[in-house]
Design a protein around this ligand. Sequence first.
Ligand SMILES: C[S@@+](CC[C@H](N)C(=O)[O-])C[C@H]1O[C@@H](n2cnc3c(N)ncnc32)[C@H](O)[C@@H]1O
Length: 236
Amino acid sequence: MWRASVLTILPDVFPGPLGASLAGKAMAAGTWSLDVVDIRTFAADKHRTVDDTPAGGGPGMVMKADVLGRAIDAAETDERPRLLLSPRGAPLTQARVETLAAGVGVVLICGRFEGVDERVIAARALEEVSIGDYVLSGGEIAAMALIDACVRLLPGVMGTAASSAEESFAEGLLEYPQYTKPQLWEGRPIPEVLTSGDHSRIAAWRRAEAERLTRERRPDLWAAYLRRFRSGSRTG
Ligand SMILES: C[S@@+](CC[C@H](N)C(=O)[O-])C[C@H]1O[C@@H](n2cnc3c(N)ncnc32)[C@H](O)[C@@H]1O
């Protein structure tokens, strides 16, 4: 079973959307498990304080190393990667998600306030992971995003094995446009090729559209795709 442990000061927000749809069904089926650790239970004072003012001054509060250190130490130690959700972290990619999903699970630490005392990051060898170049109020939504991206790749969770093989990023390209019935909607038809029944034409159209969208919207992905294509490999 793939295991996710989440350390947070807001345990009540979990499982949230992870309890619904594909992820929720997979959790109920025992494909993965979620345990949520309330960091506040590791505070030493009666107010259950988890934060203090930043050394050197400045706005906001910082999560205390001693409290967070105890919470991490109490979480079961195994070979799972310990990831701190952080806007300073390495951007989460589909390739990293695939690696995490292929492993035994993750231990996720959710920051709040201005972030986490740097010493606990170093002392507990936390790897910082970002879900994008913007700042959230806390790591909980980021943790949910990471878990959701992993869980849908676990064996048996998605309806058909092909779904993830053709998705955005699977080959370094964004996904081609999708359509469904009705054939004509507000004067807009489904592209003729998709209703032709000619599978090789459909595949060629989808590949061309995926390339066009990637070129137009994500020059970074497009450049990487071209590099791989020229070096003889479209995947990886
Ligand atoms: C308000 S943010 C702290 C931002 C920090 N002061 C900075 O400028 O880098 C509070 C917490 O939200 C989480 N967080 C915010 N943005 C994130 C992102 N893009 N990816 C992952 N976690 C994020 C982190 O856990 C962070 O410690």
